[in-house]
Write a new protein. Structure first.
Length: 500
């Protein structure tokens, strides 16, 4: 991609040695071009990129026919994770130079990406501690067996537990320098290597379980508080629906009594006679809303309060979340903020399927990216759907001029549905009044047109799954966002080129 030449790659170059020691590194510019090119073709994993270097003409041209192996690609991503994340602010500066960065109106939302982890690897803290204890015992047994095999023919080599930390990387087998002897037809050196590989595998497993435990304890679950808030919110909704039903019945009954009085007085009223109060459309709608709210409140109250926190040992950052059409799976909640030109201002992940706690982090990340791009203009009005509605968000000190969050579902907030059955909590009254202003209502109708196509374009560009794990997920998402923005910039420049 030609835009790579415009990027500042000094952080990539500074990470490489310049003293001539070791093999020459791949040119960071070429590696980025390869990653960008492959991202545009929905190729993101290291093995797929290695395969593309063999089979894809574009990838072969970028590296001049050289084949980069998957481990090199993965190491490049890991070593330059910070620099890759720093590409997004650079694309914002480029977008600003072609007038694509309108910050007066921004919109944010979240969607679910499939994680590279299985639901079966999700356990609670008690089960995770049991796994760690079992792995510690297994590491101790394997380390003892390996030490015995080495000491059997390594002379005075110290093979005690002090030789290495069982839970860190043990010393390489080459340090033992075993002699080649045969016991019952088996090569002793090969036996040591097998034991060594087993010890390494179990040690890595133990390390991943310990990392998962640390991740679990550093991020306390909000499931119990979310459950309590949902129960209270559903209870308030029932009260509101009951009040609306009573008010509707009283209004209709008053109108019916007044009509009956006029008819009894001999007044001739034109038109067809009214239907009975209990059969009126408005009353039936209010009754249905109360029935739905009551059923929801009963289901929420009957659901057990979550008392344990679970984590996936394969990828601790992922969570079991529902999809729109394919049920529950191990996923990431990916958050995106974009401007009207659909340039991505910020991208991140949230470890809960509920979006309300992601709003502040997303807006602060956008502000940080703009500052890094040396763009000092303030964010204007920020549009979010009802999933972000909360008292904390309404009262937080945010880097935007005005926050507009729906307090009703999308169809009712945009006035496509006019059933007049608002159930907003009293604490959200001010936001409801703000959203009811005609100018804000008109602005909010643009929310879906700004942010929803961004997700569609990301899905079309790189697919719906994340092949990386742990810290690599956020690096991969920033790479995708940078590629998305560069594509927008390239199209804008092409449109402005004079015809031949």
């Amino acid at each position: 991609m030609a835009q790579v030449k415009e990027l500042d790659l000094s952080r990539f170059e500074a990470a490489h040695r310049s003293d001539g020691v070791g093999r020459p590194a791949y040119d960071p510019k070429r590696m980025l071009q390869l990653l960008f090119y492959c991202a545009n073709k929905r190729i993101s994993s290291g093995s797929e990129i290695e395969r593309a270097c063999r089979d894809d003409l574009g990838a072969r041209l970028i590296l001049g026919g050289r084949v980069v192996d998957r481990s090199t690609v993965d190491r490049f991503r890991e070593r330059h994770a910070g620099a890759i994340k720093g590409l997004l602010p650079q694309t914002l500066a480029m977008a600003d130079r072609v007038d694509l960065l309108d910050l007066d109106l921004v919109a944010g939302d979240g969607t679910k990406f499939l994680a590279n982890a299985a639901m079966g690897a999700t356990v609670d803290e008690q089960a995770l501690l049991a796994q760690i204890a079992a792995l510690e015992a297994q590491v101790g047994a394997l380390a003892g067996a390996w030490a015995e095999q080495v000491s059997a023919h390594a002379g005075d080599l110290d093979t005690t537990a002090a030789m290495f930390d069982l839970f860190e990387q043990p010393p390489p087998i080459a340090r033992a320098q075993p002699t080649r002897t045969h016991v019952a037809g088996a090569d002793t050196t090969d036996m040591e290597r097998v034991s060594w590989r087993k010890l390494q595998t179990v040690t890595r497993l133990l390390g991943s379980r310990r990392a998962a435990l640390q991740h679990l304890r550093e991020r306390p679950s909000t499931a119990a508080s979310d459950w309590a808030e949902k129960v209270e919110r559903d209870r308030v909704r029932v009260v509101s629906c009951q009040a609306h039903l009573d008010a509707t019945r009283a209004r209709l009954q008053t109108a019916a009594d007044l009509r009956a009085q006029k008819v009894a007085a001999g007044m001739k009223i034109p038109g067809k006679g009214p239907v009975p109060v209990e059969e009126h459309t408005h009353l039936r709608q209010a009754t249905k809303a109360l029935s739905t709210a009551t059923a929801r409140a009963q289901a929420s109250a009957a659901a057990p309060c979550p008392t344990t926190t679970k984590i996936n040992t394969t990828d601790p950052g992922s969570r079991i979340m529902p999809g729109k059409h394919d049920g529950f799976a191990q996923r990431y909640n990916v958050q995106v903020l974009a401007c009207p030109s659909q340039v991505i201002l910020a991208i991140g992940i949230h470890d809960c399927s509920n979006d309300k706690r992601a709003l502040t982090t997303l807006l602060l990340a956008a502000r940080a990216n703009l500052d890094a791009a040396k763009i000092t203009r303030r964010l204007g009005k920020a549009l979010f759907d009802a999933g972000y509605a909360s008292d904390d968000n309404f009262t937080a000190d945010l880097p935007v001029e005005q926050l507009l969050v729906a307090v009703e579902k999308e169809a009712r907030q945009t006035q496509r549905l006019r059933d007049d059955t608002s159930t907003a909590a009293a604490s959200w009254a001010q936001m409801a009044l703000t959203m009811a202003e005609p100018a804000n209502t008109t602005l909010y109708k643009r929310r879906a047109a700004i942010i929803e196509p961004v997700f569609a374009q990301l899905f079309a560009l790189t697919g719906r799954d994340l092949p990386h794990r742990r810290d690599g997920v956020l690096t991969d998402l920033h790479l995708r966002a940078a590629v998305h923005n560069l594509n927008k910039i390239d199209k804008a420049r092409r449109r402005r080129q004079p015809p031949n």
